[in-house]
Design a protein around this ligand. Structure first.
Ligand code: URP
Ligand code: ZN
Ligand code: ZN
Length: 456
């Protein structure tokens, strides 16, 4: 089976050129003109369209178990939303409960993911340190191709860990040359503030944000970076949201430490006035860290352009307002944390980043596809348009205009934090592993399942 994409404007992280791409079976076979086609080659005219490598979203939580039920997108519905948004690979998480074996949690998680329509990998969550952890971390790498781990300094009492546990984990990671990704917020401080507000009868989503101020994120980042320095571990700070946090990360990077940093569209395009909305509307913005101020947004854009922040992921973790988020209508601590965004990451970054001259189109590809593929060990299989790469390709029509709405989105959720946002440009045709699965905006009926990505 072969596909010839003709005359598209191919955009990678390093160049933009009009050319043809020949796909045979799963792979990109050739790039250039006068390529060898056969009678049954499918030809796609991509004149005036951009061709991007499929997006790689390295921070998603599909089917995440919580006391309010799982996040509302499972691997099937979440991967469909991803496809509509031009994302063709995801890295989700294994989240073992405290002291559960990492290996058995991984095997269970593989079952959850089997209906994904795009390729997927996992960061292995470590939610406690015990005498088996070091051995199991090594087994994750050798036996399952998991090269990145996830720890939470927030969510104390459930999945959050102590600094000394992080130190042990980072020591092992440094020896094995692995990456530790960290959710940085001081868990104990948050619990104190939550209790204070609830005791004062301050129960609305606004107090979710006030119980997780920027300094609580920044101080946690400072401590985590210090532990990473002492252990020699490479650290990746997830969902960086605050100006102070960026300053700390920047300092560490300038000193030569291996510190990587991600932010998410919700921190670039929404500001903290969302918490002034009335209930139940305000429930949908309960995410952690919370949405910050305009000054924080400005600093995040600056950090993207000076490479302090190298990744845009979504932290996709939607919950329905009805039946899930509304469980905390009278107590913000009971609102499941998270919101969806996988479908909108690239279109938001294109509309409000590229078209508003905040980033170049090559930077868009770099931070949404190439960089995550590189750091998480799936490059150049993913994140690149080059001969031999997987044929995960997005044909982007820059001429379309849409308005984001829960009425028309594809994620399985009754609300959308980007409701009403005007969007220019769209993933019109999406090819996954050499198969056209979204054609002119329509999803094919029969789609091959995605596969598990072993990483290196
Ligand atoms: O609010 C969020 N971000 N929910 C998902 C879990 C996490 O902390 O990343
Ligand atoms: Zn987090
Ligand atoms: Zn997350």
């Amino acid at each position: 089976m072969s596909i010839l994409i003709k005359n598209g404007t191919v955009v990678t992280s390093s160049k933009t050129e009009v050319t043809d791409i020949l796909i045979t079976d799963n792979n990109i076979e050739a790039i250039g003109y006068n390529l060898n086609i056969t009678e049954d080659t499918t030809i796609i005219d991509a004149t005036d369209k951009y061709i991007f490598p499929g997006g790689v979203d390295a921070h998603v939580h599909l089917d995440l178990p919580t006391p309010s039920g799982p996040s509302s997108d499972n691997f099937k519905t979440g991967s469909i939303a991803a496809i509509y948004g031009g994302t063709t690979s995801i890295i989700d998480f294994v989240t073992p409960s405290k002291n559960e074996s990492l290996i058995s949690a991984f095997n269970n998680r593989l079952k959850d993911a089997k209906n994904s329509l795009i390729d997927y990998g996992f960061h292995m969550g470590i939610t406690s340190w015990n005498k088996e952890t070091a051995r199991e971390m090594e087994a994750c790498v050798l036996d399952y191709g998991i090269t990145s781990f996830k720890t939470y300094m927030a969510y104390k009492g459930t999945i959050g860990i102590e600094n000394e546990e992080l130190r042990n984990i980072m020591q092992v990671a440094a020896a094995l040359e692995l990456i530790i990704t960290v959710h940085c917020e001081l868990g104990d401080e948050i619990i104190k503030l939550q209790k204070k507000y609830i005791d004062e009868g301050k129960t609305t989503p606004k107090y979710h944000a006030l119980s997780r101020p920027a300094n609580i994120e920044a101080e946690s980042i400072k401590q985590v970076i210090q532990i990473a320095k002492e252990t020699g571990c490479t650290v990746y700070i997830v969902h960086t949201s605050a100006k102070e946090s960026v300053e700390i990360i920047e300092q560490a990077q300038l000193s030569g430490q291996k510190v990587f940093s991600e932010t998410c569209p919700q921190y670039l395009f929404l500001d903290d006035t969302v918490y002034d909305k009335k209930l139940p509307e305000s429930l949908k913005y309960v995410i952690s860290p919370p949405i910050r101020s305009n000054q924080d947004q400005t600093k995040l854009w600056e950090a993207i352009n000076n490479n302090t922040i190298q990744f845009i992921a979504t932290d996709h973790c939607p919950f329905n307002t009805k039946g899930q988020k509304d469980k905390g209508e009278n107590d913000f601590t009971k609102i499941p944390n998270g919101a969806g965004g996988i479908e909108h990451r690239i279109e938001l970054m294109y509309t409000y980043g590229v078209l508003d001259n905040k980033i170049t189109i090559n930077k868009l590809v770099e931070i949404t596809s190439t960089n995550p593929a590189k750091i998480f060990g799936i490059y150049p299989q993913k994140g690149e348009i080059t001969v031999g790469s997987d044929a995960d390709i997005v044909i982007w029509n820059p001429k379309t205009e849409n308005i984001i709405s829960a009425k028309t989105h594809h994620q399985n959720c009754d609300s959308n934090i980007y409701e009403g946002f005007k969007i220019k440009g769209k993933a019109e045709t999406v090819i996954v592993n050499g198969e056209i699965i979204l054609e002119k905006g329509k999803l094919k009926n029969k789609i091959k399942k995605g596969k598990y990505l072993r990483r290196n």
